[in-house]
Design a protein around this ligand. Structure first.
Ligand SMILES: [Zn+2]
Length: 264
């Protein structure tokens, strides 16, 4: 019995050493972010998406096919953690799962998912045929965003409600400004949706749906997409975060930015 106990204690000691060594080496790895284009591109946004843009400005932009865009999510690796930022549309064409597989990541391996907001092209990948796709993931959503969709009547909120219910035992509702695992800071970018949130890690700023037509909105943040729920707040958030990124030399990663999914 005594011998058995000694072996057990020794293996615990070894295990904790192994974990420390592992954490130590992992945290020394550089932070990297990978663009995952969920909808095979290229995608374009048309003038009707930006209804307040006058014809002469639209024509000046000179885009024959519309403004280059995408439907994307991101995989952030930092401090030994692998974090998925949004989950795409979860449609037949969606590339999220095969692109994770290219990195050797199976859905059950993912432990952390941060959601910018609860539109279908960002939360659609969380469920397949009504079932949880990432059974071991902790899902982080801004409290204001989750509560707004819960309170919203009708068909528009059905998908968000299903997601909140399906992941309720793994749901973490955070407040804007909270620092999430991996030292990722959440930043209020309200307007596109009530609790639309950006995430910052070092010089990486994930901006969600702050811009649907970067070629227009980087120069003219005052112009909203028709999808922006609170038009005034959306324009203010866009102007504020673009200024913040420029002043702090951050690279912006957006879910509807064209290839390669980021802009300085
Ligand atoms: Zn979107």
């Amino acid at each position: 019995m005594k011998k058995f106990l000694t072996i057990v204690l020794a293996s615990f000691a070894l295990m904790s050493f192994a974990q420390k060594a592992n954490n130590g080496s992992a945290s020394n790895e550089p932070t990297v972010i990978k663009w995952i284009e969920d909808k095979p591109g290229p995608s374009f946004q048309q003038h009707r998406t930006f209804p307040t843009v006058p014809d002469n400005l639209w024509n000046e932009l000179g885009f024959k096919d519309g403004i280059p865009s995408s439907m994307s999510c991101f995989l952030l690796k930092t401090e030994g953690k692998t974090i998925l930022l949004d989950t795409g549309l979860g449609a037949g064409f969606s590339q999220l799962i095969p692109k994770l597989a290219e990195d050797g990541i199976k859905p059950e391996d993912l432990k952390l998912i941060y959601i910018t907001h609860m539109h279908g092209d960002h939360i659609g990948g969380l469920l397949k045929d009504g079932k949880v796709v990432f059974p071991n993931a902790e899902v982080y959503i801004n409290r204001i965003e989750a509560e707004a969709w819960k309170a919203m009547p009708g068909d528009r909120s059905a998908q968000a409600k299903k997601v909140l219910e399906a992941y309720k035992d793994h749901l973490h509702l955070f407040e804007a400004g909270d620092v999430l695992p991996g030292n990722v800071k959440s930043i209020a970018a309200y307007g596109h949706t009530p609790g639309h949130t950006a995430f910052q890690k070092n010089d990486i700023l994930v901006i969600g749906d702050l811009m649907h037509g970067a070629a227009l909105q980087l120069k003219h943040p005052e112009y909203n997409a028709s999808f922006d729920m609170d038009q005034k707040a959306a324009a203010e958030a866009r102007a504020r975060l673009i200024k913040y990124a420029r002043e702090n030399k951050l690279t912006m990663y957006g879910m509807h930015l064209p290839s390669p999914g980021n802009v300085k």
